[in-house]
Design a protein around this ligand. Sequence first.
Ligand code: ARG
Length: 471
Amino acid sequence: MNKAKSKKNKQTSHIWGGRFKKDSSEIMKIINASIWFDKKLAFHDIALSKVHSNMLWNKGIILNKENKKIQKGLSIIEKEISNNKFVFSDELEDIHMHIEVRLIELIGDAGKKLHTARSRNDQVATSFKMWVRDELDLVLELIKKVQGSLIFQAQSNINTILPGFTHLQPAQPISLAHHLLAYVEMLGRDKSRIEDAKERLNKSPLGAAALAGTSFPIDRFATAKALGFKKPMENSIDAVSDRDFVLESLSSASIIMVHLSRLAEEIVIWASPGFNFINLPDTFSTGSSIMPQKRNPDAAELIRGKTGRVASSFYNVLTMLKGLPLAYSKDMQEDKEPFFDAFDNLKLCLKVAEGLIREVEFNVEAMKSMADLGYITATDLADWLVKECNIPFRDAHSITGKVVKHAEKHKLTLDKIAVEDFKKIDKRITNEVLKVLSLKNSLESRDSYGGTSPKVVKKALKNAVNTWLKS
Ligand code: ARG
């Protein structure tokens, strides 16, 4: 280790060039080093360097034999890193320096030419962007899987009735499939936000060099294309100081987490014995070390809990960037850890959500019983008074209020109130009203576009499969 350290020490002064007499202080090396987290970018950095070197050769800036050596050296480094043979040390600030120094060690002078017409400023912006782009693709795949789990459960629960809530108070009967499909839609918007961010980020900073471009005859379009970007970024200053791609990804990640957290919250509530709407699977719950009767919704709670962590990563980078003048400042090195942490946790939560939703068991009877209790067909009664008795909605609302009061007093569900009693409240009410007061009728009647009637939900489910699961 010491040997490695002193060796790297000498190389540090090589990279800075001639103007420093003394080495950095030990504590400066610690604050300055990003290697312990940016080593993740190694393969992206190598890919970028290979493309850059090929371009330098194509444009006559370096010789063919130099490019060949560089390509070979970079491949060796790639293998060393894959096989855990590469030595990392905080004597060298970051992954970019580590790779360059090792390249020079391996191939000598040709290695010193790789950094022609580039800077670590465009290098770090490009390799990090490539990393972010890959992460966004992974997240898109994982969201699709969560949508798959929700759709899987929806398929067998089109006719399952539960009380829909507002203010967490029973409001109107809804189909469980309809409720689950609401989350499918939310996740669909999450996907489109990510696709949107991907589209905007896909321009290459490489070739912006330190901030002002370069006097070498480089081909930024060629390097952009080779690295999978649509084209180079237009402005060299913007190219090295832009971290919008980090912000947009983190804000999208935060919104996804908020969606998962709302679902997690419902799972926690539904699993509580007061509701008993679901049985948690053994695979995604825990017991208590002291209370043998317990089954805790830890998976859902952790998803809910990690939401703050992901959202705070967004605030972290947002705040870090807010006061920065153009172009690159070292503050920007602080963009990576929050991103890595947020996306590692986001991916974890998406995987957990997928499994948890797929394996949860719904207690159809418990849902139905709670739906029976909450006078949740009261709106149907009010609507019936409007439609059949030509009563203005406000008056119908007030009559229905009296009916609910009566039901509460006599501990009856609305469809069990005798017609004579209805008539005592308002004589215009007839026998016919009973038809609309059952949960089933109520559900079936809400057949407006996007509504909860099983007929509409069946179509929505088909659309959801076509929109989100195919392709
Ligand atoms: N380690 C730096 C980062 O992650 C790389 C860029 C350094 N550029 C510079 N001018 N010091 O942001």
